[in-house]
Design a protein around this ligand. Structure first.
Ligand SMILES: Nc1ncnc2c1ncn2[C@@H]1O[C@H](COP(=O)(O)OP(=O)(O)OP(=O)(O)O)[C@@H](O)[C@H]1O
Length: 344
């Protein structure tokens, strides 16, 4: 068994609502693609996956639909999720005829038994010899370089596409943790609503994400503008407007508040010794949402604790999952809180 473990590939998958990242031991990140699939409506045949499918979003004829198999951090469409993963794994040549890989996938904190079972099943279906799960904040913290196995408190906030995971870790496990169903997708939806209500302009999801990435801000004082193109709600004709960063901040207000309140709730439940460590070390922010302008300052204001964005926050979870998988024997205690595994 351990001989096979040594020879077989070790694959870590950040099966994200917005992005799938595949990490292979000794190689690093071997795939990073949006979690989108384009299907033929009649036959359900896969026409495109990843970036190619995402580019079709909002631009398809009636015969094609673009779907996102994950919602709020968990698999919403099992069949399509499996097809997407198979296609990605095939692309990066993970399958070996003789020795199947070990696969570790990260999951949000507090997913149900049924949801985590679905992820494990998907990993086995796509060809894993053995599949493991790790909770997202644990992976994010490892990927951000935090020494979570020590007897000291670390706090991580991972802001993804579907969920925000907030956790305090010590001795390799989650001491207090929360997953809130607020992430980048909700920020995009808020922009779609804001532009429709204030400018009578209809914009698509992809445009909203472009606005967020370019001028979206958690800081009301940030000044930047962006030209937004859409369809006039009244005339039905194309029109453009200029949107400011301060307006994006207005649109995001409630969502930012719920992340801030979540962080406060977790801190309030944190044992005092660990709180003291966190005050000293600060809160580490990971996930694509931590790239939102001013989010570190916002979290600091809400919690009265310093907050810092990790290096390369988009890949922390995948890298941390990969590290956890490669040190499976050595750091089994790290996995004990969230670990589950099944074999094919
Ligand atoms: N510069 C940026 N500013 C703001 N948001 C960004 C930026 N870059 C990426 N994002 C957002 O980050 C989100 C994706 O982050 P990430 O890849 O960490 O999530 P995920 O792992 O797919 O989601 P989840 O963990 O919730 O399943 C998307 O909503 C994307 O729009």
């Amino acid at each position: 068994m351990s001989f096979l473990n040594k020879l077989g590939k070790k694959i870590a998958i950040d099966l994200g609502t917005a992005t799938v990242i595949i990490y292979e031991n000794n190689k690093g990140i071997i795939l990073q693609e949006p979690s989108f699939v384009a299907l033929d409506v009649k036959t359900n045949k896969v026409l495109a996956v990843g970036e190619e499918a995402r580019r079709m979003l909002g631009r398809t004829p009636a015969s094609i639909k673009v779907v996102r198999p994950l919602k709020d951090g968990v698999i919403a469409d099992f069949e399509v999720a499996e097809l997407m993963l198979k296609s990605f794994l095939q692309r990066v040549g993970v399958k070996n005829k003789f020795i199947k890989p070990l696969i570790m996938v990260c999951i949000p904190v507090g997913v149900t038994g049924v949801e985590s079972r679905a992820v494990l099943d998907a990993a086995i279906q796509v060809g894993a010899r053995k599949a493991f799960l790790i909770e997202e904040p644990v992976a994010a913290a490892i990927g951000a370089g935090l020494q979570i196995e020590k007897a000291e408190g670390s706090m991580v906030i991972d802001i993804g596409g579907g969920t925000t995971e907030i956790a305090v870790l010590s001795l390799g496990g989650i001491v207090v943790g929360e997953s809130i169903r607020v992430g980048g997708d909700k920020f995009d939806e808020a922009l779609v609503r804001y532009v429709r209500e204030n400018y009578n302009l209809v914009i698509g999801e992809a445009t909203a994400e472009e606005i967020k990435i370019n001028i979206g801000s958690a800081d009301p004082e940030f000044t930047a503008k962006f030209e937004v193109k859409g369809r006039d709600l009244m005339t039905g004709l194309p029109r453009h407007i200029e949107l400011s960063a301060a307006e994006s901040n207005k649109a995001f207000k409630e969502l930012l508040e719920s992340i801030g309140q979540g962080a406060r709730r977790v801190l309030e439940k944190t044992p005092p010794e660990l709180s003291a460590d966190i005050v000293e070390k600060g809160i580490i922010l990971t996930g694509g949402g931590s790239l939102l302008n001013g989010i570190d300052k916002f979290i600091s204001q809400k919690t009265e604790v310093g907050a810092f964005v990790a290096d390369d926050p988009l890949v922390c979870v995948a890298e941390g999952t990969g590290q956890a998988l490669s040190e499976l024997d050595k750091i089994s205690n790290v996995l004990s809180t969230g670990q589950q595994s099944i074999s094919s």
